[in-house]
Design a protein around this ligand. Structure first.
Ligand SMILES: [Zn+2]
Length: 118
């Protein structure tokens, strides 16, 4: 069993169940984004349940992956917040977790060296 299979496939945010996909959002390759990479995406909580998906790209350092998890989870929980606020809070929290040494800037999240990006 691949490590990725052990990660949760869904979670309830603010009363709405989201599917969790541990990969980059579809159609968002670095080339399409002209060098900017998108490591996560959160659908609108008002979308039908089948379309409510939270994407997190897991092939990165613990701090970056946890930052993405926090960022997208904050969107799901507090959809009305603007991008700047979400980014500020996620950066603050992941920075604190890194200071406490719960997560590291150096360690890879999980052991995803064989994880293939689809
Ligand atoms: Zn965002």
């Amino acid at each position: 069993m691949n490590t990725i299979d052990k990660l949760p496939k869904s979670h309830v945010f603010n009363g709405k169940r989201y599917k969790i996909r541990w990969r980059r959002p579809p159609g968002r390759t670095p080339k399409e984004l002209k060098g900017h990479k998108i490591d996560g995406l959160c659908s609108d909580p008002r979308d039908p349940a089948t379309n409510r998906i939270l994407y997190v790209f897991p092939d990165d350092t613990e701090e970056n992956v946890v930052n993405t998890i926090l960022h997208e989870s904050l969107h799901a929980e507090l959809w009305m917040l603007d991008e700047e606020t979400i980014t500020r809070v996620a950066n603050s929290l992941s920075g604190l977790l890194e200071k406490i040494k719960i997560i590291s800037k150096e360690r890879q999240f999980g052991q995803f060296s064989n994880f293939s990006i689809t």
